[in-house]
Design a protein around this ligand. Structure first.
Ligand code: NAP
Length: 311
């Protein structure tokens, strides 16, 4: 009969090398997540999502699913602990990020007192494009809120509180800036009038539908509730056929929606927001594209990160 060899795990402070915790008789098939749970019992304030455990003080944090006996350690494992700070769930993060722009925009649309000069308090713009822009902007963020609650299944549990503050400044700040100009009493409608607005509205609607379709497809990739990643394929829904050409079509559609919103409103701050979002999403799309090509040997060669045949 084979005897189980238990492990000893010591957890150190990476700076002082002081021993924070010593775990005796740890099962060899315990995961890093299990060890975090045991460490949490000694230090209740450091709940598992706040902890990063590393094999090397300067190395990468171990993943929760990694198994103790598969790590390059002897029967006594030394791990280094880093406190990641207070955490919020991704759902909370996205709610905070998206409710802000939704409400801030409406303050400008309804011209609540003190936003513009007193004379314009609670007045409405005479232009149809201003109301249409408000409807599109609100729809966009309501859609994102609904997706956050009902569609996305995030694999990373939480995000540090300090990152959330930075993201909120970005989303709330831009929303206020572009709403200020679009709803300003001196705003003038786009050069080509209704034709420009109507075409932009059609593209905006298609891009929103495309973005939603891609989010549904990504959600279905985790149909069994697992956290493991696979690379997504086009489905019968024509909006998902963009997967034939790019790795992150949800970002492509998102950019399309903001480009059309910029054309509809013909407003410089909207175009700047679109540009910044494009740069950010391109960075993420390239990194995701690289991880797909690294991980999957049969990854389709035609796919680019975000823009078909270009980028
Ligand atoms: N305007 C802007 O500045 C801006 C910037 C960024 C995003 N956005 C919008 O917000 C949306 C969500 O952004 P995001 O960065 O979270 O998008 P994302 O990385 O594509 O993730 C969307 C959802 O799909 C899941 N997912 C991604 N790849 C998957 C795969 N291969 N298999 C299974 N599930 C997978 C993600 O889970 P994980 O938790 O595992 O990643 C997440 O739940 C975007 O599509 C875009 O519409 C807007």
């Amino acid at each position: 009969m084979s005897r189980t060899i238990f492990f000893e795990v010591e957890i150190l402070n990476p700076k002082t090398k002081e021993q924070l915790c010593f775990l005796d008789k740890v099962e060899p098939h315990s995961t890093i997540g299990d060890i975090k749970g045991l460490f949490h019992k000694s230090y209740p304030k450091w709940y598992p999502a706040r902890q990063a455990l590393k094999l090397d003080p300067k190395g990468k944090a171990l993943k929760d699913y990694e198994i103790l006996q598969s790590l390059p350690v002897g029967t006594t494992a030394t791990l280094y602990f880093r406190d990641l700070g207070p955490q919020l769930s991704w759902t909370m993060v996205f709610m905070a990020e998206y409710i802000g722009p939704l409400l801030i925009y409406l303050l400008f649309y309804f011209r609540v007192p003190y936003v513009y000069t007193h004379k314009y308090a609670l007045t409405a713009s005479p232009y149809r494009v201003v109301s249409l822009a408000c409807a599109c902007h609100s729809f966009h963020y309501i859609k994102r809120l609904i997706e956050t609650i009902f569609v996305h299944r995030f694999s990373h549990g939480t995000l540090p509180l300090r990152t959330i503050a930075r993201n909120c400044v970005y989303y709330w700040g831009f929303a206020a800036w572009l709403a200020y100009y679009i709803n300003h009493p001196l705003y003038t409608p786009p050069s080509y009038g209704d034709m420009q607005v109507n075409y932009a509205l059609i593209v905006f609607t298609l891009c929103e539908a495309g973005n939603f379709s891609i989010h549904l497809t990504l959600n279905n990739c985790r149909g069994d509730g697992s956290k493991c990643r696979q690379f997504p394929y086009p489905t019968k829904n024509p909006f998902t056929w963009l997967f034939c050409l790019v790795s992150c079509p949800n970002y492509t559609y998102e950019i399309g929606a903001w480009v059309s919103f910029s054309i509809m409103t013909q407003c410089v701050p909207v175009a700047l927001f679109t540009f910044v979002a494009f740069v950010q999403m391109t960075i993420w799309a390239r990194s995701k594209h690289m991880s797909y090509t690294r991980e999957f040997k049969d990854y389709p060669k035609l796919r680019m990160p975000i823009l078909p045949f270009v980028l």
